[in-house]
Design a protein around this ligand. Structure first.
Ligand code: AMP
Length: 513
């Protein structure tokens, strides 16, 4: 049997050929038949350009239906897809192209000259005769890619792939050191797609409101694969926009977002039960969802957000249950087919409730970092567990709670401080929007616990002071955990997926030390 992920996703396409797959903001509709034909034309083009199965197809484009079709065409033709964040600049792009040596690079018209220059420097893919072809795709879904594909036939026989063959390389955000290309196989992606589709009860009639970017695991694999596998329609929006969300939520049954989207929905006074009347599932992930957001959302919408946890290196690892208690502040249970363990000091399993390193194993876990065998070896244990780099704990009844990245752990006077514990206390204070706790170099303690706090723009927020914050939490924490420094700010730096960039904060406030 052909293990190509496209075969799995497209099994039902003939049955649903006249049904909507993507609905665009201007009302245009792409049916499943359109997807099948357009991906066939593009797959024929990719082959005609001289690419061979296993060659890389890189794309740094805006979110359009054509961009999704390009992904599908690439895997259908047996190529390895490499989505790149449009925010990446020259030196990042140069690194990715040199590292992955794609045979085709699809860029936006405004970066064509740069793309030509960098592609020429990037070298020739292994075994290929030609270098990297550069084609354009603009934010309206036009460009030389589409023009070139138009002369090719719609029909394309999906290239046979094994489960172990690569389907995609996703570069990690690389907040420390070089960004690494996580290699995901057809088997990895198919396993996670099937699992999530079943675990989250995708059903006939589902309509997904898709507002996430598609250069990331959340928007491309989690959201799109569930909808494609289900034969669902997606409202395919270029980005999260509160007015559009308010208009489309009542027509949708499933919404997937990063925590920031939920915070912004709650800021809209019109958001409430009526907006969510047809939604059966709200999924949150990619960054921690504050317990207070979870609670407020429940109170306002009558819906309980399902929080899940995963990463580029393996898709989703854990999820709160579809049926049963969705527990705020936790990321639920290991998904079927994925094992999760918490490793304490000395490499032994941590007792329930104690924080340790999260390690995972399963068919969804990636096969290594592209061109980095040594780094790959370091990140797996001898028994094949992947070290996620996240810290967390397991409750007695099996719920996983994330405490943060291990590199964000603060070690002060030789003692470990988990930022989340302090952030939760500060966040619960009247007048606080949110906070980030980091460690800054300190001559005596090694690191000093430091809190960066966003105040509300109301009297309670204005009344907050650095000393007031310290005084309010002092009695609730062991002395070594009490922040030595507090900074009041208007907002926290975040990346495209809503993750607080603690490395940026450390850099910024480390200078004051
Ligand atoms: P990425 O590879 O960009 O998807 O980032 C993965 C990282 O995001 C994980 O290793 C976690 O640190 C974080 N993450 C993802 N989902 C959650 C969640 N529900 N709660 C807390 N952190 C999360």
């Amino acid at each position: 049997m052909n293990q190509n992920l496209y075969s799995l996703l497209s099994e039902h396409f003939p049955k649903h050929s006249a049904e909507p797959c993507m609905i665009l903001p201007d009302g245009r509709v792409w049916t499943y038949g359109d997807i099948e034909r357009a991906s066939g034309r593009m797959a024929n083009l990719i082959v005609a350009l001289g690419l061979k199965p296993g060659d890389r197809v890189a794309a740094q484009v805006e979110k359009t239906p054509e961009a999704l079709v390009l992904y599908l065409a690439a895997i259908r033709a047996g190529m390895v897809f490499l989505p790149l964040n449009p925010a990446y600049q020259r030196h990042e792009l140069e690194y990715f192209l040199k590292d992955a040596t794609p045979g085709l690079f699809v860029c936006r018209p405004q970066t064509k000259a740069l793309a030509d220059e960098l592609a020429a420097k990037a070298g020739v893919p292994d075994g290929a005769t030609a270098g990297c072809t550069v084609l354009e795709l603009d934010d309206a879904g036009s460009g030389s890619l589409i023009a070139a594909a138009a002369s090719h036939a719609d029909g394309f026989v999906t290239v046979t792939r094994e489960t172990a063959d690569l389907a995609a390389i996703l570069y990690t955000s690389g907040t420390t050191g070089r960004s690494k290309g996580a290699m995901l196989t057809h088997g990895n992606l198919a396993h996670n797609a099937r699992t999530l589709h079943a675990y989250w009860h995708f059903q006939p009639g589902d309509v997904l409101l898709h507002m996430l970017p598609i250069f990331h695991v959340h928007g491309l694999f989690v959201a799109c694969h569930c909808a494609l596998l289900n034969g669902s329609a997606m409202f395919f929006e270029p980005k999260f926009d509160i007015a559009r969300a308010m208009k489309l939520l009542p027509q949708s049954t499933v919404f997937m977002g990063v925590p920031t989207y939920y915070v912004r929905l709650l800021l809209d006074p019109a958001f409430g039960r009526d907006t969510c009347r047809n939604i059966r599932l709200f999924v949150s992930g990619s960054a921690p969802l504050l317990k207070e957001t979870f609670d407020e959302f429940k109170a306002r919408s009558g819906r309980t957000i399902l929080e899940r946890y995963g990463m580029t290196e393996g898709g989703m690892f854990t999820s709160n249950p579809y049926e049963g208690e969705r527990r705020g502040g936790t990321v639920g249970f290991p998904l079927p087919g994925t094992e999760v363990r918490i490793v304490g000091a000395g490499g032994t399993a941590a007792k329930p409730g104690l924080v340790g390193h999260i390690q995972v194993k399963g068919d969804n876990v990636f096969v290594g970092y592209w061109g980095m065998p040594e780094k790959t070896k370091e990140e797996f244990t001898a028994e094949g567990w992947f070290k996620t780099g996240d810290m967390g704990s397991l409750s007695a009844d099996g719920y996983v709670t994330i405490s943060g990245r291990s590199k964000d752990l603060v070690i002060t006077g030789g003692l470990n401080v988990y930022p989340k514990e302090i952030e939760e206390l500060i966040d619960a204070m009247p007048g606080v929007v949110e906070s980030a706790v980091i460690g800054l170099p300190h001559p005596d303690f090694g690191e000093a616990v430091t809190a960066v706090v966003v105040r509300q723009k109301n009297p309670a927020g204005r009344a907050l002071t650095e000393f007031g914050i310290i005084a309010a939490i002092k009695d609730k924490l062991a002395n070594f955990k009490v922040p030595k420094w507090v900074y009041l700010v208007d907002q926290l730096p975040r990346n495209a997926m809503g993750k607080v960039q603690k490395n940026v904060l450390r850099q910024q406030y480390g200078k004051n030390v």
